[in-house]
Design a protein. Structure first.
Length: 283
């Protein structure tokens, strides 16, 4: 008598949405040049990062500076945050002006190829490096996931230059190729470079890349906005479910709602009472 197969082989054997109502958000409609995407990905796979210049117009940059100004008050509490660096956490809870950066088509197109579907927004912050700030400690953004290296990255970060990034005002320092290292840490001979870029540009890098904020030796602050993303099964840095009130989430696009965790990683990770968390946004 044949043995019955009672094994769950794939997550796809179950419904994509256990509620049967809400379907995963897709990005097939994004109009991004395939050649650009291929070039960006080639740079990321080779170097661990890519700089994409001038994605934001000057008018948008001015709007972002105005939106950030009321919140740039407190400075960092330690050398990692930066004792002369102003940080604004959970940006969506303060303003929706930065949302277009986190869901920019050029970025989503890359994330779709670097992370699993229904990836999450792990952190969304403004970072304003003031004159006199020292160089940040080198680090990897997903080092808190305790998996031995070498390994694939479990997160991807973007840093948007709201002000021009120069070698003197705190441009992010990256170590090309360090995303492919094993468990070793940076040494003095390892090449490093400043991600110099004009205002409106963005540097995209995987979570295994060694990097750090640069020292600001200029006489003006350097404002940036960073959006970081992680695999849908990984824990996020900022607890968006608690940090962003539901009335604000309701004002966000379906893409942003999914990034904030109002989505399901098949078959049922992220559920609330056996249903899609999107039901929490219903009136």
């Amino acid at each position: 008598m044949p043995k019955l197969d009672r094994t769950l082989h794939e997550a796809s054997d179950l419904a994509q949405d256990i509620s049967g109502t809400y379907k995963p958000v897709t990005h097939e409609h994004l109009a991004v040049d395939a050649g650009q995407t291929a070039a960006d990905l080639a740079a990321i796979h080779r170097d661990g990062f890519v700089v994409i210049p001038r994605l934001l117009e000057q008018a948008t940059l001015e709007q972002l500076r105005m939106a950030m100004a009321p919140h740039l008050q407190k400075q960092g509490r330690n050398n990692f945050e930066g004792l002369k660096t102003q940080r604004v956490y959970s940006l969506i809870a303060k303003t929706l002006a930065c949302n277009p950066l986190a869901e920019h088509p050029r970025i989503l197109t890359l994330l779709d190829r670097l992370l699993m579907p229904n990836y999450l927004l792990s952190a969304f912050q403004a970072i304003n490096i003031l004159p006199g700030e020292s160089e940040q400690l080198l680090h990897c953004d997903d080092s808190f996931y305790p998996m031995a290296r070498p390994r694939p990255a479990f997160s991807v970060a973007t840093i948007w230059a709201i002000d021009e990034f120069t070698a003197d005002n705190g441009a992010t320092v990256v170590l090309p190729g360090s995303h492919a290292w094993d468990g070793r840490t940076p040494a003095d001979p390892d090449p490093r470079m400043a991600a110099v870029m004009p205002a409106g540009s963005v540097v995209v890098f995987v979570g295994t890349l060694w990097h750090g904020g640069g020292a600001n030796r200029s006489n003006a602050p350097r404002l940036a906005i960073t959006a970081q993303y992680c695999e849908p099964w990984a824990r996020v840095q900022e607890n968006m479910s608690l940090a962003v009130p539901k009335e604000i989430v309701r004002q966000c696009s379906p893409v942003m709602q999914s990034l904030l965790g109002y989505s399901i990683y098949p078959p049922f990770m992220g559920m609330v009472n056996g249903q899609s968390p999107l039901r929490l946004l219903e009136d």
